[in-house]
Design a protein around this ligand. Sequence first.
Ligand SMILES: [Zn+2]
Length: 197
Amino acid sequence: MPRVLADLYPEKVFYYFEQISAIPRGSGNVKKIADYLCFFAKVRQLEWERDEADNVIIRKPATPGYEDAATVILQGHTDMVCAKTEESTHDFLKDPLDLRVEDGWLSANGTTLGGDNGIAVAYGLAILASDDLEHPALEVVFTSDEEIGLLGAKALDMSRLKGKYLLNLDSESEGILTVSCAGGSMTTVTLPFTRSH
Ligand SMILES: [Zn+2]
């Protein structure tokens, strides 16, 4: 099948973005994407682990010259928000996303794109697969079900992580990397008020 994103760069990032876009991965439906990540690690003989919540951690050793540098954690979430147009017949449980590039914009036909946080998954995989990037030891952490309450992150056994620095690749703004994101919290505030006209 011809690749829709073949002309987008970094080439490997969009290669993996296209791969994972073919795997339905709405929140609550992340087993298949976790299977894919484990398979990816196995064929490359990278150290990996998966927990009950379908979080996956894949480790890659430092490249020559970086053996003494601190391990860096790259983190993103595997699940995506599923929304579609009224006319769309897309089935988020089994259909691959129908990607398209138009006027320089990447989108999905009739559905959400899953750029949040597919792009982090794609970056993680591209770096893990690379043989031409220099880096310290890496732990790439793919957490599950972020969109429905950070469920994967909550279930993650932090004692498994060896890294000292964490880059969370799930920021809202272009060009922003969030360093050491501590997660999220929700607060309900009740304030007394009186209406005036
Ligand atoms: Zn996100």
